[in-house]
Design a binder for this molecule. Structure first.
Ligand SMILES: [Cu+2]
Length: 348
C-alpha cells in the first residue's frame, strides 16, 4: 500500500513540476507580449510626432499655395480695418491652435504606457477651469467688440459730404441711380415699376426724379477719397451687394432700404498698376443666391478722380429725359406719366 502511495506522490510531484514549468512558460510568453505592446506604443508615439510635424508643414504649404489667390489690398478705409480684424483673429486663433495641438501631441508622446509608467488620478481643478474659461471669453469679447465697432461705423450716418447713390438688385442685374444736379433722389413706388421705361418705379410727380441718372448696366462711379453712401434695395427677392475688393457687403431686401458707406482709397487705374492686370475692374457681385441667373449679377465700380467723375457725369442723360422726352417739335414732357397698372407691378 505504501509503495502505491509513494508512486502516487512521485506522479503528483511530477505533475506539480510540470504545471509550474507550464505556468512559468505562460508567464514568459505574457511578459514577451507586454514588451511587444510597449514597443508598439513607442512606434505609434513617434508616428504621431511625425504626423504633427507633417501637418504643420502641410498648413504652411497650403498658406504658400493659397496666398496668391487672395484678393489684392483693400480699396477703402473700412476694408483696411476689416482686413486687420481678420489678421488679428487669424493670429490669435493660430497661436491657440498651435499651442493646444503641440500640448496634445506632446502629452500623447510623453505619457505613453511604458514598463515604468504609473497611472495618476486627476479629477478636477477649479483653477484650471477658471483659467481656460476666462481667458478665451475675454479674448472673444474683445474681438467681437472691435467687430461691432467697425460694423456700427459702416452702417452709421455718413459724413455730410458723402455722395449718395442708390443700388437696387433685381433678377438678374444691379440698377444704379445717381441723384443728379439737385443732389436728391426722387421718390419711387414699386407699383410704378415698368421694365420698358421705369425700371425703378420712379414717381414722375416728384420733380427730384427729373434729373436722376440710372445705369442699368450696374455701373457705379465713385470718387476716390470721397465718402459714398449706398442706399440698397431690391425689386424682387433678397440679393446682396458684395464688394469684395472693398471688403463690404450688405443685403438688398425688398421693401427695406439698407445702407452702408465707405471711402474708396484706390482708383481703378491705380489698382490696375497694383495688381499688374490692365483689365482689372472692381466688381459688384450678388452675395445671396437669388435664382437661376444669380451668377450673372455682376456690376462694376469705377473709382476715379473728381475730374474724371465730373466729366463722366456731364455725359449722362437723366432717366426722365431718356424715357419721357418728346419727339422733336412736340411739347415738353408732362410731370406725370400715366402707367398701365397691370404692367406696373410686373416682377420677373
Ligand atoms: Cu442676386
Amino acid at each position: 500500500m505504501s509503495g502505491f502511495i509513494t508512486i502516487l506522490l512521485v506522479i503528483l510531484v511530477f505533475v506539480i513540476i510540470y504545471q509550474i514549468g507550464k505556468a512559468s512558460e505562460y508567464a514568459s510568453v505574457m511578459r514577451g507580449q507586454e514588451v511587444v505592446k510597449y514597443k508598439t506604443n513607442r512606434i505609434l508615439a513617434w508616428l504621431l510626432v511625425a504626423f504633427f510635424v507633417l501637418g504643420v508643414y502641410g498648413i504652411w504649404k497650403c498658406n504658400e499655395y493659397f496666398m496668391p489667390l487672395m484678393l489684392p489690398v483693400a480699396a477703402c478705409d473700412n476694408g483696411v480695418k476689416f482686413d486687420s480684424m481678420l489678421y488679428v483673429t487669424i493670429v490669435v486663433t493660430g497661436i491657440v491652435f498651435f499651442a493646444t495641438q503641440t500640448v496634445l501631441f506632446w502629452f500623447v508622446f510623453r505619457y505613453q504606457t511604458t514598463e515604468k509608467s504609473k497611472s495618476f488620478y486627476f479629477a478636477h481643478s477649479n483653477k484650471l477651469e477658471l483659467i481656460w474659461t476666462t481667458i478665451p471669453a475675454i479674448a472673444m469679447a474683445v474681438l467681437v467688440a472691435i467687430g461691432l465697432k467697425n460694423w456700427a461705423n459702416v452702417t452709421s450716418a455718413a459724413p455730410a459730404n458723402a455722395t449718395v447713390v442708390e443700388v437696387v438688385g433685381k433678377q438678374f442685374n444691379w440698377v444704379v441711380r445717381y441723384p443728379g444736379k439737385d443732389n436728391e433722389l426722387g421718390k419711387r413706388d414699386f407699383r410704378k415699376i415698368n421694365d420698358a421705361n421705369n425700371v425703378l418705379g420712379l414717381d414722375w410727380t416728384d420733380p427730384h426724379n427729373n434729373d436722376d441718372i440710372i445705369s442699368q448696366k450696374g455701373e457705379l462711379h465713385v470718387v476716390v477719397g470721397k465718402p459714398v453712401k449706398l442706399l440698397i434695395g431690391s425689386r424682387d427677392v433678397i440679393h446682396d451687394v458684395g464688394l469684395s475688393h472693398f471688403r463690404m457687403k450688405m443685403d438688398a431686401v425688398p421693401g427695406i432700404t439698407t445702407t452702408m458707406w465707405f471711402t474708396p482709397t484706390i482708383t481703378t487705374d491705380s489698382m490696375k498698376a497694383i495688381t499688374g492686370n490692365p483689365n482689372f475692374v472692381y466688381e459688384i457681385s450678388c452675395d445671396q443666391m437669388c435664382g437661376k441667373g444669380h451668377y450673372s449679377m455682376r456690376g462694376t465700380i469705377i473709382v476715379e478722380t473728381q475730374a474724371q467723375y465730373d466729366k463722366w457725369m456731364s455725359e449722362q442723360k437723366s432717366y426722365y429725359a431718356e424715357n419721357n422726352a418728346p419727339a422733336a417739335g412736340t411739347e415738353a414732357p408732362k410731370a406725370e406719366v400715366k402707367m398701365d397698372s397691370t404692367k406696373a407691378v410686373s416682377m420677373k
